[in-house]
Design a protein around this ligand. Structure first.
Ligand SMILES: Cc1cc2nc3c(=O)[nH]c(=O)nc-3n(C[C@H](O)[C@H](O)[C@H](O)COP(=O)(O)OP(=O)(O)OC[C@H]3O[C@@H](n4cnc5c(N)ncnc54)[C@H](O)[C@@H]3O)c2cc1C
Length: 356
């Protein structure tokens, strides 16, 4: 698969983006050092609901059909990368393919919301029996959204991290303070060098001179799972369940980069959860917060920054689990001197040099 000799690569960031890139690079025969400040559970990736939901994400955008197309292409990169992953990780794609995702809305029978229909995703009716098994209240209408799915975020992060170590990946827990050409300065450690440096440090990538990024804080509730693995989503919130737990979320607090748990926000979230799913054990809810990285056009920054020469993969906003394999494909291609498979649409300098 590798067209060039094996290259050494430093990946800064151990969330879903950095880990997926690191594993893909290893699969391509490259030597990877991953530097991460935080344990996976303490990253936005560890807090995320793990939905890989092109349709239900696109329906919130101004052009749902366009967004759906892009998100769907990113989702398919999961499948493209499977040959680089060991058999033990193939279950990840199976989890996505299970795809039990439903949109719910108040009112009796009727068409699904226009914004969802505009995505072009395949929608299917839900039988009364299934509604009952999924705990969808009689007052809510529901439609199955084909192709949207979810994974257990922590299971996936752990699987990638374990696999990375098994393949002799070097994992460094530390904070990168700056980058300079093919090297990075790590606090209390010093300079480390490689053929390539990839910055996949989420919203904090801006501290390493990756622009333009802005934070969007999100609260969600960790809950005991009381349903089969499923995503139930309405206009005011979603419930994403896997066998290891459920998550109800989430808030979108633009401009906020702190991780404080805000009691008023939690109370509002619980109120929304109770309205949609009265059977949830909200007294057992544990609030969590994470910070998403957003860009002015809402799409990620993935590619080589011509100014610094570093490779960049961040700005995943609400869709890190959708975009991580696409980011990995792009970074792998660039490390190997190939054309970027996205045709450059996510190039990180597009706001500085819009004409190029
Ligand atoms: C409440 C909530 C729910 C969400 N639900 C979903 C969902 O269902 N589906 C979905 O696709 N997305 C979801 N998201 C978005 C998703 O979490 C992000 O898009 C994704 O986690 C971004 O991953 P990342 O690896 O780019 O960044 P992060 O997860 O933020 O990881 C950044 C990494 O960089 C490291 N780092 C940062 N700075 C440095 C430094 N200077 N030196 C060394 N290491 C550094 C951190 O320690 C961490 O390891 C959700 C987000 C939130 C907040």
């Amino acid at each position: 698969m590798t067209q060039l000799p094996s290259r050494s690569v430093i990946v800064v960031g151990g969330g879903i983006t950095g880990l997926t890139i690191a594993v893909a690079l290893q699969g391509g025969g490259h030597k990877v050092t991953l530097i991460a400040r935080d344990a996976p559970k303490d990253t936005a990736s560890g807090v995320a609901a793990g939905m890989i939901a092109p349709a239900m994400e696109a329906m919130n955008d101004s052009d749902p059909a366009f967004s759906f197309q892009r998100l769907k292409a990113a989702q398919m990169a999961w499948q493209d990368l499977l040959p680089l992953w060991p058999q033990s990780l193939q279950f990840l794609w199976d989890e996505v393919l299970e795809g039990h995702s439903y949109f719910v809305w108040p009112g009796g029978a009727g068409e699904a919301p226009e914004s969802l229909r505009l995505t072009g995703a395949e929608l299917a009716p839900v039988s009364d029996d299934l509604r009952h098994r999924l705990g969808i209240q009689p007052e809510l209408s529901a439609v199955r959204v084909s192709g949207d799915g979810n994974v257990s975020a922590m299971t996936l992060l752990q699987a990638f991290e374990d696999h990375f170590r098994v393949l002799d990946g070097v994992m460094v827990r530390g904070e990168v303070e700056r980058t300079e050409g093919g090297r990075v300065h790590v606090a209390h450690i010093g300079w480390m060098a490689a053929d390539e440096v990839v910055i996949a440090a989420g919203c904090d990538s801006h501290k390493l001179d990756v622009f333009p990024l802005s934070p969007i804080k999100g609260h969600l509730l960790d809950l005991p799972a009381n349903r089969p693995s499923v995503v139930l989503r309405g206009a005011t919130g979603y419930l994403a369940t896997r066998t290891d737990g459920a998550r109800f979320g989430a808030t979108m607090q633009a401009g906020r980069a702190d991780l404080d748990i805000e009691p008023a926000v939690v109370a509002d979230l619980k109120g929304r959860a109770k309205t949609l799913f009265p059977d949830l054990e909200l007294d057992k809810a544990v609030p969590r917060t994470g910070i998403r990285a957003s860009t002015p056009d809402g799409w990620p920054l993935i590619g080589r920054d011509p100014a610094s020469g570093v490779l960049v993969a961040t700005g995943m906003r609400r869709n890190g689990y959708v975009f991580a394999p696409m980011a990995a494909k792009i970074i792998l291609a660039l490390v190997e001197g190939r054309e970027s498979p996205d045709g450059g649409i996510y190039r990180p300098d597009r706001f500085r040099n819009p004409e190029n």
